[in-house]
Each structure stands twice: as C-alpha cells, then as structure tokens.
Design a protein around this ligand. Structure first.
Ligand code: HEC
Length: 167
C-alpha cells in the first residue's frame, strides 16, 4: 500500500512538472532585453503613416524614427547582414497636423529587434519585442512569429530589416 502510494505520487509529479515544463517552453520565446539608452543611438531614418490609405495604419499609424546601436551601424549602412549584439529600435509617436505642419506627440510604443543568432534562431536570429509607451515593464509581444517575424520575412535578403541608413 505504501509503495503504491509512492509510485502514484511519483507519476503525478512527473505529469505535473513534465507538462508544466513543456507548456512553459512553448509559451515563452526567449525574452528580449530592454534597449537601455536607445534614445542616444544613431538615427537611421524617419517615416510617417498618417492615413488609413496605408495598410499598416492601424498598427503603425504615426511618425516613427529608427535607431541602431553602435554594433549594428556598419550593417545598417550596407544593408546587412547584422552581427550578434546589433539592436534596432522603431520609435512610434502620435502626431498632430495643423496648417500643413506635422508635429510629434506622445510615444505610442517602441519596437525592438535584437540580433542573437543562437537565442532567436526560430525567428531569423532576431528577437522581436514591443514596449508600450517605451516602458520597460509593458511588453507587447506574445507571439513573435505571427506578430512580427512573418511580415519581416519579406526582407530575408536584407537580414529581415526593412530600413537602411539614410546618408
Ligand atoms: C505587416 C508588416 C510588419 C509587421 C507585422 C511588423 N513590422 Fe516591423 N517593420 C515593418 C516595416 C514595413 C518597417 C519599415 C518601416 C520604415 O520604412 O520606416 C518595419 C520596421 C521595423 C523596425 C526597424 C528595422 C527595420 O526592419 O526597418 C523594427 C525594430 C521593427 N519593425 C520591429 C517590429 C516588431 C517588434 C514587430 C512585432 C510587434 C513588427 N516590427 C511587426 C513591417 C512590419
């Protein structure tokens, strides 16, 4: 009787912890670190989407500036490939228009791409994350493949990056 209880307990533990382990692995892609200090990095380019004539208006409407850290700067100028440690930031801001002048407003989010070819192998070597209003505690990405990577795959030839450094 005592033995049977022990075996049952052991089986129960395997079931609980075993499944727990698998579930955690499937649900949690490796976390992308917050890009501290990104506001002082090199500005690559700027673009604005200010009307729903553009298909990305709902997700990315606003004025956005793109930044690259020092590790990725050379690749940003040549169009990739990017070495591990490269980080790109997409800074999306609200806007107002008045009398033909477009003015930046509050930060909507920052999008981050962090290159680590081993850690983020499943998504082209890039970790994708979004931070609401640029707040390190407000992560936005739960499914990097469907929310980010699939669209960036269109740029596979340019190491999954759309933007190039503007002289
Ligand atoms: C439907 C397509 C699409 C999706 C989905 C998408 N992006 Fe992008 N992303 C773009 C385009 C297009 C640009 C270039 C914008 C420009 O020209 O300024 C871009 C630019 C970027 C950049 C600057 C580097 C580059 O490739 O130009 C980062 C960083 C970025 N996106 C992160 C993300 C993250 C994080 C997600 C998921 C939350 C995401 N993107 C989802 C289309 C997409």
């Amino acid at each position: 009787m005592r033995l049977r209880m022990t075996v049952r307990t052991a089986l129960l533990m395997v079931a609980v912890f075993g499944l727990g382990g698998i579930a955690t692995h499937a649900a949690d892609p490796p976390q992308v670190p917050y890009p501290s200090g990104w506001r002082s990095w090199t500005h690559m380019k700027t673009m604005a989407i200010t009307s729903d004539q553009h298909p990305l208006f709902a997700a990315f409407g606003g004025i956005h500036h793109i930044y690259v850290n020092s590790v990725g700067l050379k690749a940003a100028k040549s169009g990739g490939p990017y070495p591990d440690g490269s980080v790109l930031v997409f800074d999306l801001l609200e806007w107002t228009e008045s009398g033909g002048a477009y003015t930046e407003g509050a930060r909507k989010l920052i999008g981050v791409m962090h290159k680590d070819s081993k850690k983020y192998k499943a998504t082209g070597g890039w970790g994708f994350e979004g931070f609401k209003a640029g707040d390190p505690k407000e992560r936005l990405v739960t499914d990097p493949v469907n929310q980010c990577y699939n669209c960036h795959s269109a740029q596979k030839e340019k190491d999954f990056v759309f933007s190039q450094y503007r002289q």
